[in-house]
Design a binder for this molecule. Sequence first.
Ligand code: PEP
Length: 256
Amino acid sequence: MAKKTIIANWKMNPGTLAEAKKIFGSVKKTAQKLSHVETVVCPPFVYLHELWKGTSGKKCALGAQDIFWERAGGFTGEVSSSMLSDALVQYVIVGHSERRALGETDDIVNKKIHRAVKDGFKTIVCVGEKERDAHARYFLFLEHEIKQSLAKVTRAVLKNIIIAYEPLWAIGKEAKRPATPHEFFEMLIFIRKILTDMFGKKEAFAVPVLYGGSVDHRNAKEFLAVDGSAGLLVGRASLEPKLFQEILFSADLSAR
Ligand code: PEP
């Protein structure tokens, strides 16, 4: 079976480099024991270089939580693709709902995706509806979001795209609840249909689709068991080494 990909999105945590090193050390130790999991840690930018010094081999990859679309210049506060490459970053998260909530539009997300895939990063594109309405308009919302975000992406670079389905109502401290595995399955099929319309069936089925939203050590197994699930994007639980370790072990077992 294909390896599962488990992405740890640390967001703006932890508060010090010392804590970051401690959590990363523990994740790395677990990741080294697993042969069926691609473990990716996405810390805040300022920790990347220091943590890179601690990565060994290919067992635990580093990801960034964002990227800017221009390569250099007068863009105060932004981080370029060459800076990320220099820190040995292999993955980039683009279009996380917390960034979209701060004003990031589909158009901006699209520019960032183009930069990231062009410069060879595995690009995790976050998509998901804000709420579910009785008329199922959220399907249309998702279709629009995916089509806009991936506009003009070519088949040639599609191999660098990973989709993370993260319904907003299931994410973070304010989450109502996690999605159910069935809800994820339904959306996974729908996402494949949209990708098939855009790129063709063979290409669409090669794009990994992850689930994210209130994943923890108790429910991880169920999301990993969903037919076609390529893995998980984990927020809060990824900062708890013991819980995250259980999630990684579940992923390793589910991919055997
Ligand atoms: C996220 O923010 O991407 C996420 C999945 O968060 P959490 O796991 O904390 O819901």
